[in-house]
Unconditional design. Sequence first.
Length: 369
Amino acid sequence: MKIKKVRRILMIIITSFVVTCLPQKVWAVDHTVHEKGQVFQVQYIDEGKVCTESFNTSVEKCVLECKTEEYSPKLAHLLISLCNSVHDKETLERTFISMSFEDYTTDYEMEDPLLAYGIAKKELSDGTTLVLVVTRGTENSIREIISNFDAKTLRGNRHKGFDEAAYSLSRRLSEFIGTDDHSNIRFVFTGHSRGAAVINLLTVDLMDSGVLRENIVAYNFACPDVAIIEKEKALSYKNIYNIGNVNDTVTWFPGVIFGNSDENDIGWNKYGQSYWFSNNWNDPKAVKGKLPQGTYRSLPMTVAYLTDDMIERLSTDHSQVRYLDYLRNEYDLAHYKDRDAADMVIENAQIKTEDEDSAIYSVVMSLFL
């Protein structure tokens, strides 16, 4: 038990260091897609190179044709593309223009809120107004990182850092819309990592203030836990979708440190429907633990290994382009697993991997005895 506590403390320290020092860049893959009859292109930057993701549908078409409580693979693909675009102000603005948004704003000042984001709106054919909000994850900002780890200091039952950013973004959204009457507005929200956490809480706040479920939908990617809540209440926001990579440690924080549930099913969680993907659920070696594992002969060796593992996870498994690679397939939810199912796969994979490692160790030692 003491070893596990020490390992968790080490992981908090290592994660803080790694997130601060790790160069923030889009995963080195160039996916330029050209389709006949394309409607618009989403642009994003990869190591100084502009990449594009082309679509033969539109946000407004998805909004008008899809029910908010039914997962849309096409809309998820489109929105994770925007989560790549928001990492650069100019590419996001070009993307908004490509999507035929004439009325939009972007904010990369990182002051109020402590978040980079873009908001756009346009009139739809049914007379309603579409409002699109895209938020960025953390990028080498010490203040953002401190805010991300401000989980022990709660605002009510919420992660303090995420809740403060959500409150500020809500004010900016109201200023941009120019009205407190949301009855004729259709909201589409999306974000990655810290941005996803802020969107998660913002969506809940708007719904709790009276926005109808059928008029708002949120797709969050790599979303950390945002509040200490009852599981049943979290699942009641069925128009919020949280999509995670099973090997992305961020999607399990801070619940993996402080606990996801107690005997009353109350613990750290996200609002909405949460699902995880894996490139191969059946391969134990393809499913890692929620935290880097390993205890070696010395503390320096252990720290070095855990740091390397965390760097690998954040630079690949947490990358917004890794998410785009998977979501581009536009799989339905049958390919994903909810929290309970993902937990079971992770546990079984760890047991099988430990058994295999033990067997290999026994064989090796037998050669020397």
